[in-house]
Design a protein around this ligand. Structure first.
Ligand code: ADP
Length: 584
């Protein structure tokens, strides 16, 4: 129901109650007043009649009595009855004398009883003889010898007419009041409605966007209740606006923090419906749009199971393997907790694939290291025992075994040095000295150092001279990379072969390649040779000894110098190991 209708009904109800009360009171007062007035009138008439009876001697003559009351009745318009002490009707202006005997005893009429007792009496009741509502007034007439009552009665018509005109007046008042109520309600309703609509417009902050424009419409200057409400709304609105922008800011910051976390976060309601997620969880689980989906819709059985368990226990942790849509396998560590305050479930996931890989690498590393170290140690041990067991006596044997001990001790020392170097590079302990270097000069010096070895193995090592190439980098690191690659080229190349060193510019970098005509590397092993301790099957089968650490050092040094590296099989056989270094 609108405000206008309400006001209309309130005004109407008030008017109705007021008018009804006024009507009841007025009707009662009018009726009592009129009745009293009629009674006074009737009393006067009765007294006049009694007086007239007293002056007339014919009052005992019933015929005269009848004509006297008839003429009086005609003049006054009222009914006149004379009732004897016994209750017998002696004469009546409305009834013929001959019919009087049919009338019943009137001694029981209240006005008659009262009149005989107190001298006068009145009553208002239905008359059986007249068949209508009548007003009676009775006066005891003691002027004659006989004790009788003069009763004058009139119909209720006058009273009814007066009341009917009161009713008409009241009906008119009601109609007028109705019109006034309608007009008043329309005016008041419009007035209040417009004021409230201004307030409503300004107070409509459901979307948090109460506009300053709306605020200007507020009746802030009014001194009534609407004005005070408007001022309150304006204050609330300003505060709310500030709070909303603060909350929005905090929400954005919180969102950024959650997105910036390494962990994936998801919030579920009690039914398992996803109500929040950060970017990370989508990436970790490899899922796009998950808001409003059920946890079971994600089709990750481990998560569905977790949710069921967490619902029972309040929290649950699990680590599981996940096959993503991109068909890679990830290890996920997940914790699910139920928040006490909201009963929501908060799922936090970490991807542990890398940790697991590192763990497995660590285990591989230790096992490889023990294996690699054990070989030279066993050789040293065996040769030393042979020497002690008598080989020392034979000079020739002693030399052979001692040489083997020395060779393996060198190998062991080389391996330990490489390991220490590798760990220093990996942990960032090796400091690079970046300076302007002429690359050709470094290559030439390294190549020069290998000339004797080349002659011994009958291998030709060539570096085609380039126009001067100057780069900003660490000379020692580049020398080390080059040494490792050329060392390998010698190690895995047959006699009478060629090792070629090539330097070229590639955009913003220089590319250095060491090519040999050796055994080459199978395609599936090409990615693995840069891993620590990896040695190809052919290398392991060969007598050529190695630690499997040289290329791992190459990989780490080049990466630290912001370059790239790789190996390719050459069409003419052999391999090409290359690396790039940015010029600047
Ligand atoms: P290693 O001490 O065994 O040479 P590296 O890390 O230097 O260790 O090399 C790893 C493995 O890569 C070698 O064991 C070998 O199997 C392979 N390799 C490296 N360089 C060459 C090459 N020029 N030709 C063929 N295989 C090579």
């Amino acid at each position: 129901m609108g405000i206008r209708s309400r006001i209309f009904f309130i005004i109407l109800s008030c008017l109705f109650i007021g008018i009804s009360l006024a009507f009841v009171v007025a009707e009662r007062d009018l009726s009592i007043g009129l009745q009293q007035q009629i009674e006074t009138e009737l009393s006067k008439q009765a007294k006049i009649l009694r007086e007239s009876f007293a002056q007339s001697d014919q009052s005992q003559d019933s015929a005269n009595l009848k004509s006297q009351i008839d003429s009086y009745s005609k003049a006054s318009g009222s009914r006149i009855t004379l009732i004897g002490r016994s209750g017998k009707v002696l004469a009546d202006s409305s009834i013929a004398m001959s019919n009087l005997t049919s009338l019943d005893d009137h001694s029981n009429r209240p006005e008659v009883i009262e009149a005989f007792a107190n001298g006068f009496g009145s009553s208002k009741r239905f008359s059986n003889s007249m068949q209508q509502e009548m007003l009676y007034f009775a006066l005891r007439d003691t002027t004659t010898k006989s004790n009788r009552v003069i009763r004058i009665s009139v119909t209720n018509e006058y009273l009814d007419r007066s009341l009917a005109s009161l009713e008409n007046a009241m009906t008119l008042i009601v109609v007028v009041a109705l019109i006034v109520a309608i007009l008043a309600s329309i005016l008041a309703g419009n007035y209040i409605r417009e004021s409230l609509m201004d307030l409503e417009r300004a107070a409509d902050m459901s979307d948090g966007s109460s506009k300053t424009k709306d605020m200007q419409h507020l009746p802030l200057k009014r001194s009534d209740e609407i004005g005070s409400m408007a001022r309150n709304i304006s204050t609330i609105s300003m505060n709310l606006k500030k709070q909303i922008s603060l909350i929005a800011k905090q929400r954005d910051q919180f969102g950024l923090v959650l997105d910036g976390l390494g962990e994936g976060i998801m919030v579920l309601n009690e039914d398992g419906l996803i109500t929040f997620r950060n970017d990370q969880i989508s990436q970790i689980l490899g899922l796009e749009e998950i808001i409003d989906l059920s946890i079971h819709d994600l089709e990750i059985p481990a998560l569905s199971r977790m949710f069921k368990k967490a619902k029972k226990k309040g929290k649950f942790d699990s680590e599981f393997e996940l096959e993503t849509a991109a068909e890679d396998t990830r290890w996920i560590l997940a914790h699910m907790n139920q928040a006490k305050a909201t009963q929501e479930f908060i799922l936090v996931v970490h991807e542990t694939t890398q940790l697991r890989q590192m763990d497995s690498m660590r285990r591989d590393f230790i096992s490889n290291l023990s294996h690699e170290l054990r070989t030279p140690v066993s050789v040293i041990k065996a040769n030393s025992e042979t020497l002690l067991n008598g080989a020392l006596e034979d000079k020739k044997d002693a030399k052979i075994f001692s040489k083997a001990i020395l060779h393996n001790a060198d190998r062991l020392s080389e391996m330990v040095t490489s390991l220490i170097d590798l760990s220093r590079i990996e942990y960032g302990e090796l400091k690079f000295v970046i300076e302007s270097i002429v690359l050709n000069r470094i290559i030439e010096t390294v190549v020069q150092a290998y000339q004797n070895k080349a002659k011994r193995k009958n291998i030709q090592i060539i570096f085609k001279h380039q126009p001067e190439v100057i780069i900003n980098s660490d000379a020692k690191a580049i020398e080390r990379v080059l040494n490792n690659l050329i060392d390998n080229a010698f190690k895995y190349s047959p006699e009478n072969s060629l090792i070629e060193i090539n330097l070229s510019k590639q955009g913003e970098s220089v590319r250095l390649a060491v090519m040999d005509q050796g055994e080459g590397i199978a395609e599936e092993e090409q990615d693995l040779v840069f891993k620590r301790f990896f040695r190809t099957a052919t290398a392991r089968a060969n007598t050529q000894q190695g630690s499997g650490l040289g290329l791992a050092i190459v990989k780490n040094l080049v990466s630290n110098l912001h370059g790239d590296f790789g190996v390719e099989s050459r069409p003419e056989g052999g391999s090409e190991f290359w690396f790039t270094i940015p010029i600047a």
